[in-house]
Ligand binder design. Structure first.
Ligand code: ZN
Length: 154
């Protein structure tokens, strides 16, 4: 990943997510922040093959929410569980519940999206997708904070 983005290690430590994604700008991935926005809003991973003709290189890009990383649909006993959250319908198919998935938290967090969008659009309008996404992410974090502090329960 770091090699593909052509960053050295000290650059990698300084760069933020959007800076990093910017390195992947290409014909097929010309608006990284919109991809991130889509992942945040839908909860679905964004997957895309990026072709870099000049380097004769094809790269598989996957952007997903961090909680998805731990998800294998198993509760530890090898039992696969399903729930009713729309987030877990990926490509039209219902996927098993990720390990740390919390339906109530998802539901409450989803109810905050509209408010976060309103805040982001109020501050940035629609002309600046980078700024919009940053404000949106920050607003979501802030709005969701009480959910975490309440100890989101299953
Ligand atoms: Zn659920």
């Amino acid at each position: 990943m770091l090699w593909a983005a052509r960053l050295n290690e000290s650059e990698a430590r300084q760069i933020d997510l959007f800076g990093l994604l910017d390195r992947f700008r290409s014909g097929v991935f010309d608006e990284p922040s919109i991809a991130v926005r889509r992942v945040l809003q839908s909860g679905e991973p964004y997957e895309r093959e990026l072709k870099f003709a000049d380097r004769d290189q094809t790269l598989e890009l996957r952007i997903a929410l961090a909680t998805d990383r731990n998800g294998n649909g198993s509760n530890g006993n090898g039992e696969v569980r399903y729930c009713d959250c729309d987030e877990l319908i990926i490509g039209g198919e219902r996927t098993p519940m990720p390990h740390f998935h919390n339906c109530e938290y998802v539901r409450q967090r989803n109810s905050l999206i509209k408010e976060a969008e309103r805040i982001a659009t109020g501050q940035c309008g629609n002309a600046d997708p980078y700024g919009w996404t940053k404000v949106f992410v920050a607003a979501m974090d802030k709005l969701a904070e009480p959910l975490l502090n309440n100890g989101a329960k299953g």
